[in-house]
Ligand binder design. Sequence first.
Ligand code: MN
Length: 253
Amino acid sequence: MHILVTNDDGVTAPGLAALAAALRDLGRVSVIAPDRNWSASGHVKTMHKPLRLEPARMVDGVEALATNGAPSDCVALAVLGVLGDEVDLVVAGINPLANLGHDVTYSGTVTAAMEAVIAGRPGVAVSTANAERHGYAPAAAVARLVVAAVLEHGLPPHTLLNVNVPDRPADGIAGVRITRLGLRPYLDHLVRREDPSGRAYYWIGGELPSDAPEPGTDFGALADGCVSVTPLGLDLTNHAAAEGLGGWELAWP
Ligand code: MN
């Protein structure tokens, strides 16, 4: 079993080393990660500049490969054969903050796992709600548990798992829930400033998004101290809306 480990925080991020170490006894682990932080970069395919691959070391001294591409490029390089043999499973993380609800469309961690799905491989994205407080050990143990289950049972076609670990120490985690994506109200606002020559520039941002912990959702699981495992597909069709749109008279004249 050949497992590709990647992340969106860069090859020197501690969550990457923790994830690779946790999976090492489940198969052969190869690491390809970006040479810089790509958090909130979304799903990227680098087509207009060459991709480089350089030897690197993670924070624990273990060898890895670093690329100037995005997390999804790391996955593409691997599944297209840059390592010389097949990749059976892609695991991305461990992200130091949760990726919940609409975050999945921004997250480099989750889009790395989406790239695996596009390439016909199972993907798992792992994030922890508070790496600063609890480190990566609880999330690494959760990642190992989930990946072992994926290797045992397989995933349905075109499916990735978005795994989020609650803001708890390992012995305070209350269980594991299978969830759906919730909705997160973003608290973004626009800051307009002027540069020395009087031209406007903008920052988009603000406080961390607030949570709406509805039961059954990823937010709900984390609010109850549980690990959230959300199966995701890439079919973004809004089937209910398609039914309604069928009533529009969009006949071409
Ligand atoms: Mn990140």
